[in-house]
Structures are given as structure tokens and as C-alpha cells.
Design a protein around this ligand. Structure first.
Ligand code: SAM
Length: 255
């Protein structure tokens, strides 16, 4: 899969592409990451990429000609790629969007700066607009790296079997279970016995319950949307009975 980032700061991608899972994905040939410098398509000695907004007001707007030239160059190099503008006004990026994007042949990320891009570039050259959250960054580069990172993990073969993305939070609508590693006791807190038992069925049941507890406590909104499996309902009914019994006991003591 090919990723191309259209930006005025191509150097920002260097650290991203040269560490960890992303570096290994590049080295294995499963993905390519390239950057196109918008300044290379700007005219004049100063290669200016921004200009004052029509109608006045503060800030600058990205000039359309260099940006459109850079996007055309990126698309010509990867026909069929999807062109995505990073923008706080876009649809909110999430794990299900990452799964859809992981099916693409290539993605061209367009990174805005200043007050954003000229509307005509948006209308003529952009297929989709994504936001990484309701806050305003100074540029689209960090947002492009966030989206790329989430998508790259889902490209087949990138994580390897021992590190499957299927267990990650959100992949099945729940947060991932609690994780422990050695030592067996740390600052007075032991690892739950079941994880040391070697009993795969018990470990799987414990993990499912841990996922449900964490989702219930940290992201109850995810529970509201969920259709529960038989096993999940059994766990929820167990909690419900335990809570009822605590309340009954409390009522008795206060009578
Ligand atoms: N004036 C613009 C507005 O209010 O919509 C914000 C421009 S912002 C300072 C500069 C660039 O950062 C944007 O063009 C976009 O590419 C990027 N950016 C800022 N916040 C973002 C977010 N939450 N998600 C994705 N990209 C973002």
C-alpha cells in the first residue's frame, strides 16, 4: 500500500517512517511512505505557498496553484489512490474508518497549514476530509501520521501473527482487556492467578470479562451500541446478581 503526504514540511515524516512497526512495514515492502513538498510546485525565488484571504481577516490561506500541482503529482504517481484532506472540519476518524482505508491501494494525504486550503482545491482535488478530533492543530502532518499509523497496523502481514490487530481495542466494539507482564508481583500488586494458570479457556474467559469491565467503566457509550453474545450476557447477569446482592445486604443492615 502506498502513502503519499503532500506537505510544506516533508521532514516531519522522517522520524515516523524510521521507527518501530512503521519502519518494519516499509522495510518488508508492504507499504511505501513518500512525501511531496508543496514548495516544489510554487513559483518565484521564495517559493511562496500562502497568500492573504479574499475578504480580509487574519491569517493566511494556502495558495491553490502549488497545492493542486503537488496533489496532481502525487495522484499521477499512484493512480487510483484516495485523496484525503486532513481538516478539523472533516468526518471523525476512528477504527472502522481505519479498516476501510486499509483496503485502499494508496492514499494521498493533503496537509493544510495556516488558515487552511483554498476552497477550490477542496472542491476539485479532494475525495474525502478527515478530522482526528475536535481540536485545532497547526498543520495536517501530525493528523496524517495518526491516520497512517492506525491504517498501517491493519495492512495484512504488518503486525505478524503474534501481535494480531483483532485483539486491539475497538476491533470488536470493546476495549482491550488488562495486560500484565513480568514480574508476577509489582509494588505489592500480584498478576491475577488465572493468567499464570496456563489454562487457555479460563484465560480467554477472564480476558472477555476484563474487556467488558473496562468498556463499562471507561466507555459506557460503546456498551449501549453493542449486541452482546451469549457468553457476554452470562457475565453481565453475574454482575447484576452480585450488585443486587450487595444492595440487599446494605438494605438489611440499614433496617
Ligand atoms: N482555520 C481552520 C479551521 O478553523 O477549520 C483550521 C486550520 S488549522 C490551523 C491548519 C491545518 O491543520 C488544517 O488545514 C488541517 O490540515 C490541520 N488540522 C488542524 N486540526 C486538525 C484536526 N483536528 N484533524 C485533522 N487536521 C487538522
Amino acid at each position: 500500500m502506498n502513502f503519499t503526504v503532500v506537505t510544506i514540511f516533508p521532514g516531519m515524516l522522517d522520524a515516523f517512517a524510521s521507527h518501530g512497526i512503521v519502519r518494519r512495514a516499509v522495510e518488508s515492502g508492504r507499504i511505501t511512505i513518500g512525501a511531496i513538498d508543496i514548495r516544489d510546485f510554487a513559483e518565484g525565488r521564495h517559493r511562496v505557498t500562502d497568500d492573504r484571504p479574499y475578504g480580509g481577516g487574519s491569517g493566511m490561506v494556502m495558495k491553490p496553484e502549488p497545492l493542486a500541482g503537488a496533489i496532481r503529482c502525487a495522484r499521477d504517481a499512484c493512480p487510483g489512490a484516495k485523496t484525503i484532506l486532513l481538516s478539523p472540519q472533516g468526518r471523525r476518524f476512528d477504527q472502522s474508518e481505519a479498516r476501510v482505508l486499509a483496503e485502499c491501494r494508496g492514499i494521498v494525504f493533503v496537509c493544510g497549514r495556516y488558515e487552511g486550503v483554498d476552497e477550490r482545491v477542496y472542491e476539485n482535488h479532494i475525495d474525502d476530509e478527515l478530522s482526528i478530533g475536535d481540536y485545532v492543530l497547526s498543520g495536517g502532518e501530525l493528523a496524517a501520521m495518526v491516520v497512517m499509523d492506525a491504517v498501517i497496523r491493519l495492512v495484512p502481514g504488518v503486525l505478524g501473527n503474534e501481535n494480531s490487530p483483532e485483539a486491539d481495542s475497538f476491533s470488536d466494539g470493546l476495549l482491550e482487556h488488562a495486560q500484565y507482564t513480568r514480574p508476577p508481583e509489582f509494588e505489592g500488586k500480584p498478576v491475577p492467578d488465572v493468567l499464570l494458570s496456563g489454562h487457555h479457556g479460563d484465560v480467554a474467559r477472564w480476558r472477555l470479562e476484563s474487556s467488558l469491565v473496562r468498556t463499562f467503566l471507561k466507555r459506557p457509550d460503546l456498551m449501549e451500541k453493542r449486541r452482546f453474545s451469549v457468553e457476554e450476557k452470562r457475565i453481565l447477569q453475574k454482575w447484576s446478581r452480585a450488585i443486587e446482592s450487595i444492595v440487599r445486604e446494605d438494605d438489611r443492615e440499614n433496617e
